[in-house]
Design a binder for this molecule. Structure first.
Ligand SMILES: Cc1ncc(COP(=O)(O)O)c(C=O)c1O
Length: 466
């Protein structure tokens, strides 16, 4: 399956001034839209730093989901009003998701989650492979973009080639990537951003390398979607997947597939189901309430883009009315990215002040373009679970472990010691929340150093221990 080399739908680059970050009033307006952010634990506001595992949802999502279940709850393709409304909802959801990714509505496939969609596509591509055909995967990826391809080794005799990482800054080793792609490469499976350490991969370059070798690209954009603008047309990726529950929406998965590929590949489906793309890929009954919720997510992002990001994509004043939904969505991501830059700088600085904390990944303040605000670290003398538990006790939600970035955590030599602690920021987080996180981490570090002094005992104490 050769990859085409041109994409006529490529979006023009954003025009206008760079987006401004949300100011205090904007941030307050954003936070007011997320009911979950009002949660308290003890005397403190609950601090959600668990975004990489799933973000909170705005009121628009809740309203859309309950509205659907109350008024239009029905299966598809019936000759009655609620079913017709459900069909119309599905069509609107395809169109809105296409706007979000810069695709066409028929190139959008909904499913249970990214993992399930990826297994569906890998199996379908597997049907076209011969023994010895090669698939490239990376050690920086979530296992959901590795295991579905590894399965084809066993089932189809495919050969999987690995791209190594550079442990110093947790970036992809591009020489290793270039060695891995060869004459027999059929698929390059790669992430846009790492869900463990926040690295943003040079995806345009990687897609171009795959394309030059005649290989398809399968891009995991799950971790990128809440942070970065995605334009499949200008990227030229053949497939790209993300999960709305990671970008302020309901639990479901979302796949972009190049139209001709979705048509041509043979999907695993029941016989009476539609033979046409995208529906032949949308097996079983779709979650109508989640599709409604997804429209609520896009409505929220369009509001954010129009109100706070307009000038960044050349929309201001009277232009705003003429703007397309795609413009508003791009403007939303521009304001999100600008807001996150402030959070990233603050987090890098504050985490750097915690004794015994070792941050992995890109830490340089002049390389912010190469990362999203996801930070992974270890703390001396405490397991990641112990640190996460103490933070959780204090109302700060963070993840610990490998986050299914299994290969990365193994490559860093941390698989046997509980992995990493992960802090994930999104645009609704605040610098006050970062300060609260660091306050608890400093407490943990101080307790640890008191304990080790006690353990060493008086005879072993150095003079400066006091
Ligand atoms: C980068 C990345 N890829 C894939 C997945 C799997 O997504 P899903 O839960 O939608 O299957 C995740 C989930 O954490 C992820 O972070």
């Amino acid at each position: 399956m050769p990859a085409d080399s041109v994409n006529p739908r490529a979006a023009p680059p954003p025009s206008g001034a760079p987006a401004a970050p949300l100011g205090p009033m904007g941030l307050a307006a954003v936070r007011a839209r997320f009911p979950a952010l009002k949660r308290m634990q003890g005397n403190h506001s609950y601090v959600y730093l668990d975004g990489p595992g799933g973000t909170q949802v705005p009121q628009a999502v809740l309203d859309a989901m309950t509205g659907y279940l109350r008024h239009s709850n029905a299966n598809h393709d019936g000759a009655f009003a609620t079913s017709e409304e459900s069909d119309a909802l599905l069509a609107r959801a395809h169109a809105a998701a296409a706007d979000f990714l810069g695709a066409e509505p028929h190139e959008i496939v909904f499913g249970q989650n990214m993992t399930t969609l990826t297994f569906a596509v890998s199996r379908a591509i597997g049907r076209t492979l011969s023994a010895g055909d090669e698939i490239v995967v990376t050690r920086l990826d979530h296992d959901a973009n590795i295991a579905p391809w590894l399965a084809l080794e066993e089932e189809r005799g495919a050969v999987v080639r690995w791209v190594e990482i550079r442990p110093d800054d947790c970036t992809l080793d591009m020489e290793s990537l270039s060695r891995a792609i060869g004459r027999r490469t059929k698929v390059v499976a790669v992430g846009l951003a790492s869900n463990a350490v926040g690295t943003v991969n040079p995806i345009e370059r990687i897609v171009a390398m795959a394309r030059a070798a005649g290989a398809l690209t399968y891009v995991d954009a799950v971790h990128a979607a809440p942070h970065l603008a995605i334009d499949v047309a200008s990227l030229g990726a053949d497939f790209l997947v993300c999960s709305p529950y990671k970008f302020f929406g309901p639990h479901m998965g979302l796949l972009y597939g190049r139209g001709d590929l979705l048509d041509r590949l043979s999907a695993y489906k029941v016989r009476p189901a539609s033979d046409t793309a995208p529906h032949k890929w949308e097996t079983g009954t779709l979650p109508g309430e989640a599709l409604a919720g997804l429209l609520g997510t896009f409505a929220y992002l369009e509001w954010l883009g129009e109100k706070y990001g307009g000038p960044s994509v050349g929309l201001a004043g009277s232009d705003t009315e003429a703007a397309s939904n795609r413009d508003r969505l791009r403007a939303a991501i521009a304001v999100i990215r600008a807001t996150e830059a402030i959070l990233t700088r603050r987090a890098l600085m504050a985490l750097g002040d915690v004794p015994g904390l070792k941050l992995r990944g890109i830490v340089e303040a002049d390389r912010l373009d190469e990362r999203v605000p996801t930070f992974a670290f270890t703390m001396s003398g405490r397991t990641p679970r112990e640190v996460a538990t103490e933070l959780g006790r204090q109302g700060v939600a963070v993840w610990d472990g490998d986050f299914y970035a299994w290969e990365l955590v193994k490559a860093l030599g941390l698989a046997g010691s509980g992995g990493l602690i992960r802090v994930g920021l999104v645009h609704y987080n605040t610098t006050v929340e970062i300060d609260r996180l660091v306050e608890v981490l400093l407490d943990i570090a101080r307790t640890r150093s008191r304990e080790s002094r006690l353990l060493r005992g008086p005879a072993e104490r150095r003079p400066q221990d006091g």
